[in-house]
Design a protein around this ligand. Structure first.
Ligand SMILES: [Zn+2]
Length: 193
């Protein structure tokens, strides 16, 4: 029995594959960390936007118009992974996250860490109505780190549970070997929050 398509239908796809193979060989850069980073950057944008929508709902920030952009390390303050700027009157905010290509780890570790930055900045936004002084910034940063870390850990614990897991399973300790935990930095370290 023949397949769904007759032989004639296979000629074009085969020629197309051959052409693409030749084209790729002619123009594509050799495999490198950088080309892998480019794939990661492409994935990061859709990943971050999806996670932003999720966390906005969870943090009851759906009435804010928030965008997330990736910035190269040179465009961020030294030793920072992101920041947020908001306009409380307009309820708009822009979150900047370190570009995936500037991570020195594999994409599967970079993306979860970028999500932590995203949640961290959203927690700052959650606290934005509170009075703030230069002296309180340090304490806020400390608290935001802990809250964001706890939120993300809890979400990932729940996501990793099989369907129908009971309450005891939900309270189980997180897997200390999971890569995202290892990649968590001690702080987002943003001067502009
Ligand atoms: Zn911060």
């Amino acid at each position: 029995m023949q397949g769904r398509f007759g032989t004639g239908f296979l000629v074009f796809p085969i020629l197309l594959v051959l052409f693409l193979t030749v084209a790729e060989g002619a123009w594509a850069e050799p495999p490198s960390v950088r080309s892998d980073a480019q794939v990661c950057v492409a994935q990061a944008e859709s990943f971050l936007n999806a996670r932003l929508a999720f966390w906005q709902l969870r943090l009851n920030l759906a009435d804010w118009k928030i965008s997330v952009v990736m910035l190269r390390a040179t465009d961020l303050k030294p030793k920072t992974l992101g920041n947020i700027h908001w306009d409380a009157g307009k309820k708009t905010a822009v979150i900047r996250v370190l570009d995936a290509s500037d991570y020195q780890v594999a994409c599967r570790e970079a993306l979860p860490d970028m999500e932590v930055t995203l949640v961290h900045e959203l927690v700052h936004l959650e606290l934005s109505a509170l009075p703030r002084t230069p002296a309180s910034r340090r304490e806020e940063e400390f608290a935001v780190n802990r809250i964001a870390d706890a939120l993300v850990r809890l979400d990932r614990q729940r996501a990793s549970l099989p369907a129908g897991a009971d309450g005891a399973a939900r309270a189980a300790a997180p897997d200390s070997n999971s890569p995202w935990q290892k990649s968590l930095p001690h702080g987002r370290g943003s001067v502009t929050y």
